[in-house]
Design a protein around this ligand. Structure first.
Ligand code: COA
Ligand code: AMP
Length: 633
């Protein structure tokens, strides 16, 4: 790194407080902070302690006060319902204020939790902002998760109310959400007081007397609620993400640091200004949706596009180009898997010719490793920079990125470029010793992390410390492995834990193993992530049956697939499993998942010296052959 970015980056490390205090001046505060960085409880740090803010005010009302009331804030584009609808800042603020009033009327106040289980419709964004407006803490649960996962989150977050929609639409299928919500509430030990249901035209959900209420009717009779000042350190939301066990981690995001970091990122990383059209093709159920469909673009006064559709099939591989040209999108952010899907259906990008893509200035990719093939294809066909950036649910924004808004650094394929401002990224060995350039090790970030990153896990500080801070004292463990080259470019190679990435969705193989173990015929199991050309990775299960089980394997596997779909959800994409006599293990009993993955992926491997019985390894290939599993080409 040289030049302008290096200078700004260096200051973000040497003068953290000055750097972020300056960034915070661009937002509106009821009361400014007493301390920019509070290190009184290190290694637990807090940003902007003593400050009073409201994130919804900064995302909506502030722009109206600055004369942007009639500018488009949100464009809802839904090929699956044949709808395009524009919400100006005035309209969005008014509808959010009314919904906030309806929540208030149902007894929701500052600090209460609200679970949101909704598809990609504007009311989902309104729900998040309405919570922010009255200081309630939202927790959005992705629609592709099943009732059991929703129940787990209900038990942990203990919401006063759940906001839902009657259905989601997946391609041409209408997926009813209400039966899932009812089952989740039935399963959960914590019972929310009420459910507010947005009825979509495609399906009307039955409402339970006394508990369920109609969204529109409640909003119609509610008085608009004003913004409530909250502490900068108060939680804005909790977003659950996969850990290594079936218990998801409740990542907490604060109000003050979050809005400062996201606002800063919009200009400096994405190079967009107020009035620009920004589109993150993701889902509000994921962190990308939180940060860059809802909060980031709105905090910056941009127009955000909320797209209810897929990259292909709604109706075709030209869908993204249609949206870009119709709404004059300046920056598109999505996961590489979306581009792999488009490339698969339209390898020569012929459909692009039908659209005017001149508004597009850059494509940003994240969520999984960008394979160079897809990157080149996107770059060649779009003719704009394709920028890989690395981040996690925990961090809320980029750990590494190309700081296009400050200085466009040369792209190196396979690298998300360099550490973002405020991030001191290093590579260490198992003992925490810094490794020299080019050597692969654990990717860690020196504490304190910049604003916007997780201060803790919801009601579980001990797990926060043990998951992220304990392994390498003084550092945040990202859970990713990689290396840094001589120019300071970071390369993210793989996870160091049992988390897999399926179509940009983060999933826990441990959670899937817990489901498989619940089958009465299963003695032992292992789930690994194997390579998939479209989705990046797919889960593959290996089960050892209890002795004496004589039922046909196909029947058992069918039941296992159904169990994962039923308990975790369709998003897990668990469709393949095989029965095996025994699992490969070390002498101390640890399952050799990495070796199993190498065998399944057709890679060369060495049996680890600690293996209990090397004879088990050839059996894996045989078991895979039995189910017709084809190694990737
Ligand atoms: N509600 C209900 N079900 C959902 C859902 C939702 N919100 N989202 C996904 N599902 C279901 C799908 O219908 C599918 O079910 P199926 O097994 O019955 O077909 C399953 O969950 C898997 O979904 P998905 O991973 O989206 O796979 P897909 O085959 O439908 O589409 C892609 C593949 C690549 C086109 C798609 O994953 C995609 O567009 N990814 C874009 C990137 C992205 O959103 N990344 C998120 C982080 S940035
Ligand atoms: P999530 O919390 O769902 O955003 O997933 C975070 C994980 O996705 C990271 O820890 C990485 O393993 C992976 N990931 C995200 N972005 C990238 C990227 N640009 N390159 C490589 N891996 C990535």
């Amino acid at each position: 790194m040289t030049g302008r970015y290096q200078e700004i980056y260096d200051r973000s490390i040497s003068d953290k407080e000055g750097f972020w205090a300056e960034a915070a001046e661009n937002l509106s505060w009821y009361k400014k902070w007493d301390r920019v960085l509070d290190d009184s409880n290190a290694p637990l740090y807090r940003w902007f302690t003593g400050g009073q803010v409201n994130t919804c005010f900064n995302a909506l009302d502030r722009h109206i006060e600055n004369g942007r009331g009639e500018q488009a804030a949100l464009i809802y584009d839904s090929p699956v319902t044949d709808t395009v609808e524009t919400f100006t800042y005035n309209r969005l603020r008014d509808e959010v204020a009314r919904l906030a009033g309806a929540l208030h009327a149902k007894g929701v106040t500052k600090g209460d939790r609200v679970i949101i289980y909704m598809p990609m419709i504007p009311q989902a964004a309104q729900a998040m902002l309405a919570c922010a407006r009255i200081g309630a803490i939202h927790s959005v649960v992705f629609g592709g998760f099943a009732a059991h996962e929703l129940a787990t989150r209900i038990n942990d977050a203990k919401p006063k109310i759940i906001l839902g929609a009657s259905c989601g639409i997946e391609g041409s299928r209408v997926i009813e959400y209400k039966p899932l919500m009812d089952r989740a509430i039935e399963q959960a030990t914590h019972k929310p007081q009420s459910v507010l249901m947005f009825q979509r035209a495609q399906c009307t959900a039955p409402l339970m007397d006394g508990r369920d209420f109609d969204w529109m009717a409640e909003c119609a009779k509610a008085a608009p609620a004003d913004c409530v000042p909250v502490a900068a350190t108060d939680p804005l939301y909790v977003l659950y993400t996969s850990g290594t066990t079936g218990e998801p981690k409740g990542v907490v995001r604060d109000n003050g640091g979050h809005m400062v970091a996201l606002h800063w990122s919009m200009k400096n990383i994405y190079d967009v200004d107020a009035g620009d059209v920004y589109w993150a093709a993701s889902d509000v159920g994921w962190v990308v949706g939180h940060s860059y469909i809802v909060y980031g673009p709105l905090l910056a006064g941009c127009t955000t596009v909320m797209y209810e559709g897929k990259p292909v099939g709604t109706p075709d591989a030209g869908a993204f180009w249609r949206v870009i040209s119709q709404h004059r999108v300046k920056v598109l952010f999505t996961a590489p898997t979306a581009f792999r899907a488009i490339k698969r259906d339209d390898p020569n990008a012929g459909m692009m010719a039908n659209y005017d893509l001149s508004s597009l200035k850059a494509l940003y990719l994240a969520g999984e490793r960008s394979d160079p093939d897809t990157l080149h294809w996107a770059e060649d066909s779009l003719g704009v920079p394709v920028i890989d950036h690395w981040w996690q649910t925990e961090t809320g924004w980029s750990i590494c990125a190309n700081p296009r808004g400050i200085e466009m650094l040369p792209i190196k394929y396979g690298s998300p470029t360099v550490a973002a401002c405020g991030w001191d990224v290093q590579v260490v060995d198992e003992g925490g010793k810094p490794l020299e350039r080019g050597k692969i090790g654990a990717l860690v970030a020196k504490l304190p992390l910049p604003p916007g990153t997780l201060p803790t896990l919801w009601q579980n500080e001990a797990r926060y410390i043990s998951s992220y801070l304990e392994e390498f004292p003084g550092y945040y463990a990202t859970g990713d492995a990689g290396f840094i080259d001589d120019d300071g470019y970071v390369y993210v190679m793989s996870r160091t834990d049992d988390i897999i990435n399926v179509a940009g969705h983060r999933l826990s193989t441990g959670a899937m193993e817990e489901v498989l173990s619940g089958h009465p015929d299963v003695a032992e199991c292992a789930v690994i992530g194997v390579h998939d050309d479209l989705k990046g990775q797919l889960p593959l299960g290996f089960v050892v049956l209890k002795s004496g089980v004589l039922r046909p394997h196909e029947a058992i596997i069918k039941e296992l697939v159904a169990m994962v779909r039923d308990q975790i959800g369709p998003v897990a994409a668990f469709k393949q499993a095989t029965v095996i006599d025994r699992l490969p293990k070390t002498r101390s009993g640890k399952i050799l998942r990495k070796t199993m993955r190498s065998i399944a992926d057709g890679e060369t491997y060495n049996a680890p010296a600690t293996i209990d019985d090397p004879g088990v390894l050839p059996e894996i290939a045989v078991a895979l052959k039995d189910i017709g599993y084809a190694k990737p080409a």
